[in-house]
Design a protein. Sequence first.
Length: 326
Amino acid sequence: MALLDANPHPASCYTLNFEIEDSGAGIAEAELGQLFEAFSQTETGKQAQEGTGLGLPISRQFVRLMGGDIRVKSQVGKGTTFFFDIQVTQVDASEIAIEQPTRRVIALAPNQPTYRILIVDDKPINRQLLIKLLSPLGFQLQEATNGQEAVSIWETWEPHLIWMDMRMPVMDGYTATQAIKATTKGQGTVIIALTASVLEEEKAVVISAGCDDFLRKPFREEEIFKAMNRHIGVEYVYEELNPMQTEVMHTRELFTAEAIAELPSELLEQLEEAVIASNLKLIARVVQQIAIHNAPLSQAIETCLHNFEYEKVLHLIAQVKGGEGI
């Protein structure tokens, strides 16, 4: 995704223009007119046997909600380029909500069973995503490429939980789930559906087939771990928040126009000159001087400059000098 430009409008409003280009199979000119129609797929999409034909119509609606539109140009055999623009309004950094960093799972808690997990998906890349996520933690894993294989492995291996793709050749996930859940032994096996469908009605269909839960692709790591904790009781060891993560949070909270407006104007001038010149020695000296007046702010500025956020520093200085941040 490439940000091309930002055209200013009154009241700090901007138009952001984007281009997304691929080198894929391309789309025939005759099909471009139906590209944004619901449930419509091009020949390339049908051959891929993925999706519902709703992705682009929904994307266009999102873009239009943000005051823009999507356009497309394509050439068969050479690829496709999508163009879209959205309207945005500039806000002060202090108005942005601070998200708490997510703690990463690094191990399984001790004194637990050795959990057996079956991953069922006809796409190797989808199976590998879960394998790379779960294998380092010590889960026992097996793979199946369709529902028929899944039922066979389930009968002999008896996994605690099955991650089940619902659309597969030979036997789909619905049929496989129904076959497993129709048995007494299968009632004790947790089956969680993984589907790329965006339809809310799909969840009801999946649950009625016998699945215990439902996650949409693409999924987040924490969703996978939370689902396994909820359904089979897996407990985890989490990483501690490192100083850098905490530092980033504090930087966002402390480094505002209001905070630097309290510094002497000479220091702001020196800081601006040092940043514009990218003079590291001068920057270090000015930051040390700022620490005399406000040590936490000094550390926040140092962190920003260490992360090469020079434009942010200059922008806030400009706000203060213009009287906007006071």
